[in-house]
Design a binder for this molecule. Structure first.
Ligand code: SF4
Length: 185
């Protein structure tokens, strides 16, 4: 698939915008982990894919930096108002479905050794197995967030030709697949 075909396919699949960024330009901020530790989302320590169980941030950053390119994409949802929690959850679900679809559709394009990162941690199971101290049920599909890997998403967005925030009463989520090798033609 060419670059253009990949970007068009992503938009067909529901992404609002998508773009490529070289991994060596991505800004990583280990301090972001403190936001997770503040537990504003209530998931700290409650998911295998969220801190602290997802792993030390320095190790995750090193893992991400071993890749060459990131295909970054975003989903934008309309909200009734800024308190529309249901609308945010609905868009979050779309984002998760898109991320899983990206894994399947682009498997051949980017090869098996890719790193898929999403928004807000893994939402694959209604209740993460961590909460009952069982092993992860789908280790091949479990998804950590860009933030858990210390990615400065607000700086990543413009590099990929996107806005970080898309206007009042909207919510925007970001995902990325990191891959080895050259940018497709
Ligand atoms: S796949 Fe399920 S058990 Fe594994 S991290 Fe995600 S939500 Fe938790």
């Amino acid at each position: 698939m060419t670059q253009q075909e990949i970007l068009e396919k992503l938009r067909e699949m529901g992404a609002y915008k998508a773009g490529f960024v070289p991994v060596n330009k991505i800004v990583f901020e280990p301090e972001f982990r403190k936001m997770c530790e503040s537990n504003a989302c209530g998931m700290y320590g409650r998911s295998w894919m969220c801190p602290p169980h997802v792993g030390p941030v320095e190790e995750l950053i090193a893992k991400a930096k071993a890749y060459d390119w990131a295909l970054v994409y975003q989903v934008v949802g309309e909200l009734e108002d800024s308190y529309d929690f249901e609308g945010m959850m609905e868009t979050g679900k779309l984002m998760n479905e898109l991320t899983q679809a990206v894994r399947e559709v682009f498997r051949e394009t980017f090869g098996e050794d890719t790193l898929h990162l999403g928004a807000g941690g893994c939402r694959l199971c209604p209740v993460c197995a961590k909460q009952t101290e069982e092993p992860c049920r789908f280790p091949d599909k479990a998804l950590a967030s860009l933030e858990a890997y210390g990615v400065a998403v607000s700086q990543l967005a413009p590099m990929a030709g996107m806005k970080y925030i898309n206007g009042p009463d909207t919510v925007t989520y970001f995902g990325a697949v990191l891959f080895h090798g050259d940018l497709p033609d």
